[in-house]
Design a protein around this ligand. Structure first.
Ligand SMILES: [Zn+2]
Ligand SMILES: [Zn+2]
Length: 328
């Protein structure tokens, strides 16, 4: 049996303990149990968003007139609203206005999400995100945009009707700042993009790649914080997701849906968080490389993680990738 090891992310310094060969828990404990529970359609505000008191969609995909398959609306309960950035002090505390835009990306089916539907839905979902990203980055004061999905209650979703969210902020959140700083430092040191290099290394290693196509690659990252964590990268260098072409979007949708389907089968339709890291700022164009992360809710954060600031990944990424390759 291989011993456990500590892996350190060169970008952020994040330390993860990766469990030994057999993993710390049997496979059955990582899998989601039972059938997914859905809220009743009659009480679902996303069946007909406009009838439920939402304004006209900010973006809509209709396959036939009047039959939408994806639509974007402003979040009815936004965590942030558009305000100017104001900084002030209260005693020793620095306080600033939290400004931004919160939007919801809704797919039509009440129960099924990307892994269970035809690939066109994933395409339309990504198209909606690209279009809104393009609009939001032009808004005054917007510094960072993050699209994400909370799928299932363990991933923080309050409504069971599948949906994604886009939040545009008038400030850069700390995790993003940390990653950007790391990527810049490594770019200055090595004179090349860390991520382009990382993809080359993974291709040589041939251990953690799940699948790739002409333009994109899906893998279980070397420093995974959770079993079955997946990252998807474009194989060409690009910092800004919203510059993706229609043709590339189709290829990305194929790979993303494939990855989600593999997780769906392997872990019995797991809850997960999916997020997109992208930067539209000119100064970050050289060293940042956009990417999608998928983190299945396979492990609860426990006392060790909270107190040590270290994550424990109960399954080696190479082992997870191998299982995901085999499942389809
Ligand atoms: Zn619904
Ligand atoms: Zn790159």
């Amino acid at each position: 049996m291989l011993p456990s090891e500590i892996r350190i992310d060169p970008l952020t310094g994040k330390m993860v303990i990766v469990a030994g060969a057999r993993g710390k828990r049997p496979h059955g404990m990582i899998k989601r149990k039972g059938k997914r529970k859905h809220q009743p359609i009659s009480q679902c505000p996303f069946e007909n968003p406009q009838k439920s008191g939402n304004p006209e969609p900010l973006f809509i995909v209709e396959r036939k007139p009047g039959e939408w398959s994806v639509q974007v609306i402003p979040n009815k309960y936004p965590a942030l609203t558009p305000v100017k950035l104001i900084k002030k002090r209260r005693w020793l505390y620095e306080v600033q206005s939290a400004g931004g835009y919160c939007e919801v990306v809704i797919t039509r089916d009440h129960r099924k999400f990307l892994a269970e539907l035809d690939v066109e839905v994933t395409e339309e979902f990504l198209l909606a995100i690209r279009e809104r990203y393009r609009k939001l980055k032009e808004k005054d004061g917007v510094r960072y945009i993050f699209p994400f999905v909370n799928y299932g209650p363990r991933a923080g979703a309050s409504l069971t009707h599948p949906h994604g969210q886009i939040i545009a902020l008038n400030f850069t959140p700390p995790r993003t700042k940390e990653i950007m700083r790391g990527a810049r430092r490594l770019w200055l040191k090595n004179k090349k993009c860390f991520y382009c290099d990382y993809i080359r290394w993974e291709k040589k290693q041939k251990k953690r790649i799940i699948r790739e196509n002409k333009e994109f690659i899906a893998l279980c990252p070397f420093v995974s914080t959770n079993p079955y964590e997946i990252e998807i990268f474009p194989k060409y260098h690009s910092a800004d997701f919203s510059q993706i072409s229609d043709k590339s979007l189709v290829l990305l949708a194929k790979l993303l849906r494939d990855a989600l389907k593999r997780l769906y089968i392997e872990l019995n339709d797991p809850d997960y968080n999916l997020f997109l890291y992208s930067s539209f700022l000119k100064k970050q164009r050289k060293f940042f490389h956009w990417q999608i992360h998928i983190i299945p809710a396979t492990e609860a954060i426990a006392g060790f993680e909270l107190s040590s600031g270290m994550e424990v990944c109960g399954l080696r990424p190479a082992e997870a990738a191998q299982r995901l390759r085999k499942v389809l």
